[in-house]
Design a protein around this ligand. Structure first.
Ligand code: 13P
Length: 234
């Protein structure tokens, strides 16, 4: 399985900035054994999709709604993402769980609907610092994974909340241990489990060396083309 290196831009980059970045990325050296995906904000998806039409770089969206259409002001349907050529969709990112108060039950509905529309869900799971300190990590991860259909091809992103945007990344060993625990819980070998949380050009190779780590979900460092291409080649 090719390792997946994904850029989650969160609420960053205008259309022009997206076009600049992707044009540069297309010219960069990408090792054959890597799959690259970019997750721009919704407003940039159309422009990104045009640029990526004949490219091997995949496109993903950062969120979707759990209904196909209807009176849901401000929401985005999986059909709309399909139409734009998205291959992936992030589901249950920790910023959505913790800042926007998305609930596990709605996240699971999103996950199922993404599969129905043949979008590959990248389900984000992870514990807070408090949960880790109180020994609740596995309980939290289990509840985030409970009931999801672990079909072939889906991606799980292990993103400990305490490591996101803090500069305090999990060690490769910690991430590896969590990845094998996640694999045990979902009892599937054929899915990719990627790590996210303060990934940088300085630490990326430590993660990519690990057998249990099938790729990286990069936030802050993915906004800078130089840093991101360094990570891809690390
Ligand atoms: P940072 O790489 O900025 O810590 O963000 C990680 C993340 O949330 C990716 O989805």
């Amino acid at each position: 399985m090719a390792k997946l290196i994904a850029a989650n831009w969160k609420m960053n980059k205008t259309v022009d900035e997206t076009v600049d970045f992707i044009s540069g990325l297309k010219k960069s050296k990408i090792p054959k054994e890597m799959e690259i995906a970019v997750f721009p904000p919704f407003t940039s998806l159309h422009a990104a999709s045009k640029l990526l039409e004949k490219s091997k770089i995949s496109l993903g969206a950062q969120n979707m709604y759990f209904e196909e259409k209807g009176a849901f002001t401000g929401e985005i349907s999986p059909l709309m993402l399909k139409e734009l050529g998205c291959r992936y969709v992030l589901i249950g990112h920790s910023e959505r769980r913790h800042i926007i108060a998305e609930k596990n039950k709605d996240i699971k509905k999103k996950f199922s609907l993404a599969l129905k529309w043949e979008l590959i869900p990248v389900l984000c799971v992870g514990e807070t610092k408090k949960e880790r300190k109180s020994g609740k990590t596995m309980e939290v991860i289990e509840s985030q994974l409970k009931g999801i259909q672990a079909s072939k091809g889906i991606v799980i992103a292990y993103e400990p909340v305490w490591a996101i945007g803090t500069g305090e990344n999990a060690t490769a060993k910690q991430a590896s241990e969590m990845h094998s625990a996640i694999r045990r819980i979902i009892s599937r070998n054929s899915i990719r489990i990627i790590y996210g949380g303060s990934v940088s050009p300085e630490n990326s190779s430590n993660f990519l060396r690990e057998k249990e780590i099938d790729g990286l979900l990069v936030g802050g460092a993915s906004l800078d083309l130089k840093k991101f291409t360094y990570i891809i080649n690390s």
